[in-house]
Design a binder for this molecule. Sequence first.
Ligand SMILES: [Cu+2]
Length: 208
Amino acid sequence: MRCLLFLAFAHAAGAADLEAVVKDPGGAPVAQAVVVAVPDAAMPKAKPKLEQVEQIDQEFVPRVKAVLVGSPVSFPNRDSVRHHVYSFSPAKRFDLPLYVGTPAKPVMFDTPGVVTIGCNIHDWMVGYIYVSESPYFATTDASGVARLGGLPAGGYTLRVWHPQLAVPEAATQRHAEVTAAARMEWVLSLKPEVRIRRAPAPRGSGRY
Ligand SMILES: [Cu+2]
């Protein structure tokens, strides 16, 4: 009974949930794809919150992080080695010289776009911060599914981004009326992943 009442309330509020599925042409799920929904109606006011991208075992975790524009992001280093996180991307250039622990000041991401992050010490460390102009976004899980919950019913322009996307992000764009529980599917070709080999030194060692 309580459940029914809740559903009735949610319906009255016009909220919709969108399940976005991303696959490659062979039907394999595509994880770590960012799905963004931009409402036809005025963009709602949403308050950015503090986000984080950790460094664990000399990798960025998560490797792809989507944040709302205006979000501060901290970069806690969970390793015993030092990292030097930086980006040269036009959407955000920054530099956090060698540190352990969490740098005191988070980095502000105030321009929509993709920010590629790296580490000056460990060349294989590559991550991405997707700065979304819309508060409606989600990242696909291992089964290629992203769930965008609580969207006000209405028209949306939706798009998908992935680090290996073989086409421009704009080519993934679609318009849809999202009125209730909706499901959309994208089939996207990905470029082969180019990864720099990790240094052969044992984990957790090294002079940095
Ligand atoms: Cu590093």
